[in-house]
Design a protein around this ligand. Structure first.
Ligand SMILES: *Cc1c(COP(=O)(O)O)cnc(C)c1O
Length: 224
């Protein structure tokens, strides 16, 4: 078995400049995160509020915690005090709740809008049109405690690399469209979070700036 540090090193060597790694540590113990931390990794991704908060409390405070899962509005308050980036904003209501809790915490929280581009029904996110409409409506502009930094998406879970490539390119086109139509080309709108262990090569080829890789670093997850 290769070590977490070796896996990390190999993966980082493959990432071109401008692409950052979110090491997805969900379902893995804090000890494995500490191993990756020792090897220099600082950005970790988690998908459950309670699990991320417990790890935040147990681990060094200079870790950047990215929330990559489906976030329920009633749990926003638990992560807002410390979260570095929320990848999965999939409704205006959720964005408004993050804003409200961030105001209470005296913070501005960075967020990505999750877009549904995969063919599966189960994945969360705005459709491209829903996202265009939400941004065009403009209410988000008065939310002073959130900052929209880009888009996040998942490709279909398939071996068809052509399809995966098409879905990621669609996301990239939407990103550039929205950047000019809704963000005036602002550099604050800069992140395209796409790519996991099995498809990060395709994601990078399609313009990803943040890959979210778990099993390739930490091994298979045991769900229970
Ligand atoms: C679990 C998860 C990942 C990482 O998946 P791997 O296949 O282990 O790399 C990436 N993104 C999201 C949204 C996830 O839930």
């Amino acid at each position: 078995m290769t070590s977490v540090a070796d896996n990390l090193k190999q993966l980082l060597a493959e990432l071109p400049e401008g692409v950052r790694l979110v090491a997805v540590s969900k379902f893995h113990p804090a000890g494995m995160i500490a191993e990756a931390y020792q090897a220099g990794q600082r950005i970790f991704g988690e998908s459950k509020v309670q699990e991320m908060t417990a790890k935040y409390e147990a681990l060094p405070k200079d870790i950047h915690w990215h929330f990559i899962g489906h976030l329920q509005t009633n749990k926003v308050k638990y992560i807002v005090p410390y979260v570095a980036l929320i990848h999965g904003i999939d409704s205006y209501k959720l964005l408004a709740e993050v804003d409200k809790q961030a105001a209470k915490a005296g913070r501005v929280v960075d967020c990505l809008l999750q877009i549904h581009v995969a063919q599966e029904e189960t994945k969360f996110g705005f459709s491209p049109d829903e996202c265009r409409e939400m941004l065009a409506a403009g209410a988000w502009k008065s939310l002073a405690h959130v900052r929209l930094c880009g888009l996040m998406g998942m490709a279909s879970n398939t071996d068809d690399v052509e399809q995966i490539g098409r879905e990621f390119r669609l996301l990239n086109e939407l990103f550039h469209e929205l950047k000019s139509t809704s963000f005036d080309g602002s550099e604050a709108f800069r992140e395209l979070s796409m790519g996991m262990s099995h498809d990060y090569h395709e994601a990078i080829a399609a313009g990803s700036t943040l890959v979210r890789v778990g099993s390739k670093i930490f091994g298979e997850r045991v769900y229970n």
